[in-house]
Ligand binder design. Sequence first.
Ligand SMILES: [Cu+2]
Length: 725
Amino acid sequence: MKEMRREPATHSKKHKKNVEPPGGTGVNRRTALKLGAAAGAATILTSRKGFATDFIGAQSAAAAAATPPPPEPIPCTPQPTHSPETTPFVQPLPIPPVAFPQFTLSPAPTLSANIAGGEAARADHQRWTQFLPHIYYDFHLKPALHQFHPDIPPTYIWGYNGIYPGPTILNLYNLPILVRFHNELPVTHDDTVNFGDNNHTTHLHNSHSASESDGFAGDFWAPGLFKDHHYPNILAGFDTHPPLGDIRERLSTLWYHDHRHSFTATNNYRGLNGMYFLYDFIDTPFEGFGPFAKTATTTSSGPARPDWETNLMQTLLKTEGATTDSLGTTVASAAANFDTNAKSAFPPLFLPGPYGVYDIPLNFTDKKFCPDGQMFATVPDAVPAGDKFCVNGAIQPFFQVKRRKYRFRMLNSGPARIWTFSLLDNGGGVQPMTVVCTDGNLLTAPIPVTSLQVFVSSRFDVIVDFSKTNIGDHWYLTNIAPQFTQNAPEPNPAPGVDINTVVMRFDIVGDAPDNSQVPAHLIDYPDLNLSEVVTTRIWNFDLFGGQFHVNDLIFDADRADAVVKQGTAETWIIRNRLPAAGWVHPVHIHLEEGRVLSRNGVAPGLTDLESGRRDVYPLLGGDEVHIYLRFREWFGKYMIHCHNLGHEDNFMLVRWDVGTTTSLVTSPFKDPAGTIPNTPGAGPGDPADPDHGAQPNPNPPILTEDIFREDRFKPRKAAKKGVVA
Ligand SMILES: [Cu+2]
């Protein structure tokens, strides 16, 4: 199992993959790949005109639907040891288009699943009438061809609206929306020949949404059906902070992706993911009072906050002749539902924007290609470690920037690589990046870094300041481990910059006004209330018998391993039971943002990125992380799982439920006889691991008030008035 290790910090050009799931475990559900003749099935070049660098590069569902789907390719044989050669920096960074909203859907969305109308089964929408959606999105999941690089023939993908990455949804807090996901993947699909599965479910990570819209891994639906997901875009704690929720619970950088159990890795590898940004009066889509704050006004006390809600919504919702949304509400007022008290307490930050211009999504993945341009799986259903770095679906792109600040929203969309980014200048010198958001949550204060480790599904929003560069300069975003290009040696672009480590290049091409700022104080965090904590649970992430386990069990969609009570708080201890050199597990917890109280007994430091609110908690071998969580507003089934996509597909995934106040009964599992083995070699009934099935730990660690001292997490209030950039 020597390949089962985290990515080494090696600069070997022959860097090996680290993502093969363990073999012989029932993991690779097919025994053989029927190898067909190599064929150039993909010959049509799809247009990328939907990608625009303007704010509104909106791509309508109708336009997406107009392209006939290509046939599934025949897998190449023999499988190549490496991808074709590609020349660096010959294509611009694609910016995913903004998803096009609409005011009607046919058939109209309904509280209960519209089975007769073609909707897949689901529970009724919770709080439907309380949060009736104002606008809709119509997403069609379908095959398409995508060009990752001009040197590689077009690649057969599955994409939301037929594009990869999928369209970016831009929205506002307190503006409920609904997304209809049509499964238009191939009706006949043999996953023993072509990887991926045509059944699908979408998770919006880490939306505070009802269970039936959370994309539960077992609730996938078949081609020909659609399902409506209701995203109220409300703040966690909405019920206890009337009327509009606790603004300190906000998060802004989310992403949506396939979550179909056992095929999440392959379906995401095919291309089924995209991003979703939420704005509000703190984190505005437009910066300052400059050219993008078109309706800013001036008062006697200085410039007023621009009416950016109106601006955004009118831009987003611009539809011929329409002035009202799906509820008949005028477009402008639909977004005006913000708490005026909170508005006065938290002025707008004016981070760089708008989307696609100075607010830039960066969706990182690695892929491997056959000579005919097709992706392949080394064995059916097992995703290979890619040897091509892709950003927004382009291999080693360049991005033209002006001498000013940019916000880059970094997402590791998997399947398994751990990225460790650095930013290098012309001379190979390391340049700083300023982290402002962890997993989409504003930090209390910006944290400058010179390298940034991004585990699968984690997001980091960083500000990069190009203002002191020279026009004509190049900067480079590098990864600590090189891609395996097998190219004829490319010249290194600058001293100390190994071309094989370069993920993308920034070209400084000119000047532009900069109305953005990076305040020294960004936001306060919600109080951690010890009195709400009702229990502590332990989740042991383990590998034994060649199989991943959580608390000695493998995933079963019909079994809830914990039932929490709505409205309460708990502390969860997540552990990686493997030794230090073992697998890394980036653990993700659905529904709620968490706060790391300690890692291996040590509380996060003031400049530790783990002091930020998180929804992904990386566990290195032997790690133990103690997290504070609350469970609010919604009922039903959710998940905790490793977000290494190969690991979650291999059953390192657990269902837990939020019970109603009247019933906590679902199907909790316990192993009363203690007969289920624990750590490798420990045998059954390991006394150090008594909590089979994640029942409440009978001997929870003693928590002290000190752990919950809120001031530990907001130490920088003194700097509130300053601006760091
Ligand atoms: Cu894992």
